[in-house]
Ligand binder design. Structure first.
Ligand code: SF4
Length: 212
């Protein structure tokens, strides 16, 4: 049986929790570690958010954690851009990255070249959320109702919505840095965070540290 553990990274645990969790997951032989970056909606409302620097530093550290477990990020699409351009992003690393590396070393956690198979989930790439009552959303954290499978078939709901266009959604980005960013096809920013923090599903991911 394959085992997956999910962790939410937020302003209260970013500096210490990742290495501690990873140590436990390796000891327990967990297969997949899904790392969620906080979206302040629902139960996350009022939870402290990490800073832009902490977001980059955590993603950078995650990109250097070899398997096991397989690391996947959720609402952390910067992971994909960092993995593809690690040397460039490492030049932007801050004190949290250094702290995470030092904490890892103190715990005996091996940090090295990332496994080529590790990926971050694309924020708009092939997943949907369907609630218990049949309502369809682009994700569980982007609560924009696209339709209902109780009223029509899923294909009809998806084909009508510009919010579920996996390959093309990057060309729908408007305003802010994401729309003109060279990483938009790799990363694209968190649509759930853009919606929650700015009210615009296709707007800028406000947690991104990239300066254009
Ligand atoms: S500006 Fe947007 S697309 Fe570019 S790296 Fe940041 S979050 Fe990703």
């Amino acid at each position: 049986m394959r085992v997956q553990v999910n962790t939410v990274v937020h302003g209260g645990n970013v500096a210490e929790l990742p290495p501690l969790v990873l140590q436990v997951l390796r000891e327990k032989g967990v297969d997949v570690w899904e790392v969620f970056f906080l979206i302040r909606t629902g139960r996350g409302t009022g939870v402290p958010q990490i800073s832009m620097e902490e977001y980059l530093d955590t993603v950078l550290w995650l990109s250097e954690v070899g398997r096991p477990p397989l690391v996947r990020t959720v609402e952390g699409p910067l992971y994909r851009a960092v993995k593809a351009n690690r040397d460039a992003f490492r030049r932007m690393a801050g004190k949290t990255y250094r702290h995470l590396r030092e904490t890892s070393a103190a715990l005996g956690i091996e940090i090295g070249p990332p496994s080529p198979g590790q990926v971050g989930t694309h924020p708009h790439g092939g997943t949907l959320f369907i609630s218990h009552s049949g309502d369809v959303y682009p994700s569980g954290l982007a609560r924009v109702r696209l339709g209902s499978v109780m009223e029509e078939d899923l294909g009809t709901v998806v084909s009508r919505s510009e919010m579920y266009l996996p390959p093309e959604v990057s060309s729908h980005l408007r305003g802010g840095r994401c729309a003109s960013c060279r990483f938009r096809y790799l990363c694209g920013g968190s649509r759930a965070r853009a919606l929650t923090e700015t009210g615009d599903y296709f707007g800028e991911d406000p947690l991104c540290p990239v300066v254009l």
